[in-house]
Design a protein around this ligand. Structure first.
Ligand SMILES: NC(=O)c1ccc[n+]([C@@H]2O[C@H](COP(=O)([O-])OP(=O)(O)OC[C@H]3O[C@@H](n4cnc5c(N)ncnc54)[C@H](O)[C@@H]3O)[C@@H](O)[C@H]2O)c1
Ligand SMILES: [Zn+2]
Length: 360
């Protein structure tokens, strides 16, 4: 097991990464105010892991409420959030209850938002079971649900007390989900660490074949990068925005195609290809580096363009993104591999030129 930390003063927490952590109730119990937890999971993850996790807690004398939600991005909404509140109320869960998110990023975002608001805020623990949630969404305290007009539009910052990433759970992850998670791993290399990007180029096949050592290295380095950036800028007023590389385009793709049509990581991959094209077009990024990025995304089986959202629709949707301030779209661009830069002076013509090539 490896343990990393997010340094946020009194809101600091540990992230444990390793094999066999689901049954390590001894790691969970010290983070509980009282031995009451409500585990939020979904109908796919529950049969795989709920009893293993809840059983270990119960053996430590922890009282466990089980909340099993329907699976899918299209359930990251108010009615599903309400199901969590209904169950918490029905079981008379008090402010000393700790919520646990057992599942991927959808469950993490729902349970985290429920924890941020139930009785004005209760503790929660992230137990991420997808590659994407282990390398990205479980760390940093962003929680949200979707609005029909925009992704993640309703939410709160609420840091977990603990993150427990059991890499064994990745063995049951569908292939397409694994590839989707790799998009965020690649993102971390692109924005912050050229050597890690080169390591990904060299080890992509091992990752795709789920080599345990390769996966745990990818998770660890990703979490290190994310934790470092979050510690610098918890509320995303500055540097944390680089974590949105590819996401201004990517969220427009997700909303444009309809939630759930493409996986988040797939939309982010095409979004990163677009942001890469824009960076190259504006002269920040070399042809050669831009080629390496496209090629790694393609080797990972990820899309590098979108069909089904026309350029005009993309532009309209990008205008509605949270990353828009004072009418200007903030773009995260790359200056080179491993170095991101924030720009709010990108011309509409440049964006249109990229969209005309990569969106249809
Ligand atoms: N809060 C943040 O900072 C942040 C960051 C990135 C992404 N997100 C959000 O995360 C969501 C995407 O997360 P995701 O990619 O984990 O998707 P997901 O939560 O939908 O999980 C993907 C699928 O895998 C299933 N699954 C989960 N664990 C499994 C396992 N171990 N074995 C087999 N199947 C398993 C799920 O039930 C689901 O069907 C999006 O809503 C995105 O907006 C949030
Ligand atoms: Zn993302």
């Amino acid at each position: 097991m490896q343990t990393l930390g997010v340094a946020l003063g009194e809101r600091s927490y540990s992230i444990h990464i390793g094999s066999g952590l689901l049954v390590r109730a001894d790691l969970v119990v010290p983070s509980l105010t009282r031995k009451n937890v409500a585990v939020v999971t979904n109908s796919t993850v529950a049969p795989l892991y709920l009893e293993r996790f809840a059983g270990a807690l119960a053996r430590e004398g922890v009282d466990v409420v089980r909340i099993v939600l329907p699976d899918g991005e299209d359930h990251k909404d108010w009615p599903t959030l309400n199901q969590i509140f209904d169950a918490l109320m029905k079981h008379r869960c008090g402010r000393d209850t700790t919520l646990v998110a057992l599942g991927g990023g959808v469950i993490g975002d729902l349970a985290g938002f429920a924890a941020a608001t139930y009785q004005r805020g209760v503790d929660y623990i992230q137990v991420p079971t997808t590659l994407l949630s282990q390398v990205d969404s479980s760390v940093g305290g962003k929680t949200a649900i979707n609005h029909p007009l925009g992704k993640n539009m309703i939410g709160a910052f609420h840091q977990p007390r603990l993150v427990l990433a059991d890499t064994d759970t990745l063995k049951t992850l569908p292939e397409r989900e694994l590839r989707s998670g790799l998009a965020e791993v690649i993102k971390h290399g692109l924005i912050r660490d050229a050597a890690f990007f080169a390591w990904l180029e060299a080890n992509l096949e091992s990752l795709l074949s789920r080599d345990a050592e390769a996966l745990s290295h990818a998770v660890r380095r990703s979490v290190e990068i994310k934790a470092e950036i979050v510690a610098e800028d918890e509320r995303e007023t500055g540097v944390r925005r680089v974590l949105n590389f590819g996401h201004t385009f990517g969220h427009a793709i997700e909303t444009g195609l309809g939630y759930g049509a493409w996986l988040h990581g797939e939309a982010v991959a095409a979004g990163m290809a677009m942001a890469t094209d824009l960076s190259r077009q504006l002269g920040y990024l070399s042809e050669a580096d831009s080629g390496r990025i496209r090629s790694l995304l393609q080797r990972a089986g990820l899309p590098v363009a979108v069909k089904g959202v026309a350029p005009a629709r993309m532009r309209q949707l990008m205008g509605g993104d949270k990353k828009v301030k004072e009418g200007r779209i903030h773009f995260v661009l790359l200056e080179r591999l491993g170095a991101a830069t924030l720009r709010d002076d990108v011309s509409a013509a440049a964006v249109d030129s990229t969209l005309s090539r990569l969106a249809a």
